[in-house]
Design a protein around this ligand. Structure first.
Ligand code: HEM
Length: 120
């Protein structure tokens, strides 16, 4: 199952690189964002990332959601929501704020996954 964890971590790495590349295109208002593969690929990667996380949860943790994992799941939802807002809004101010909050959420996810603090 250690292989699964590495797959999960690799997918986490690929997803943030992809998010950053798309964010550069977003702020440059690049037509790249309209390409079909640019729209579809992130969903494929994110689905695999979430699925591998669920497999880890089921196999390693017997489905028991520890405290850091619970907060991590909340932060994943926030990361997704801020990401959607950043890419959908017409307002530059909201775009910048949402992008920043998405990055902070992702950093928190990595911190929680890595350090696994016992929060309660
Ligand atoms: C944006 C989404 C996600 C990111 C960036 C992410 C990131 C990571 C990273 C970097 C690790 C390795 C931590 C280490 O060094 O030990 C990890 C482990 C793990 N993740 Fe995720 N993850 C995500 C989604 C999920 C989801 C949705 C679940 C469960 C439903 C999940 C469950 C787990 C579990 C159980 C581990 C193993 C922890 C251990 O080593 O004991 N992850 N995650």
């Amino acid at each position: 199952m250690i292989a699964f964890k590495h797959i999960h971590m690799t997918l986490a790495f690929i997803t943030i690189i992809g998010f950053l590349v798309r964010s550069v295109w977003l702020f440059k208002q690049s037509p790249m964002l309209n390409k079909k593969w640019v729209k579809i690929t992130p969903h494929v990667i994110d689905t695999l990332l979430l699925t591998s996380g669920i497999v880890l949860l089921a196999t390693w943790y017997g489905g028991v959601v520890t405290s850091w994992l619970a907060i991590k799941l909340v932060m994943i939802v926030l990361y997704i929501v801020f990401g959607i807002v950043a890419f959908k809004t017409q307002s530059a101010a909201i775009r910048g704020t949402s992008f920043t909050l998405a990055i902070i959420s992702f950093a928190t996810i990595l911190y929680l996954a890595r350090i696994k603090p016992a929060l309660w």
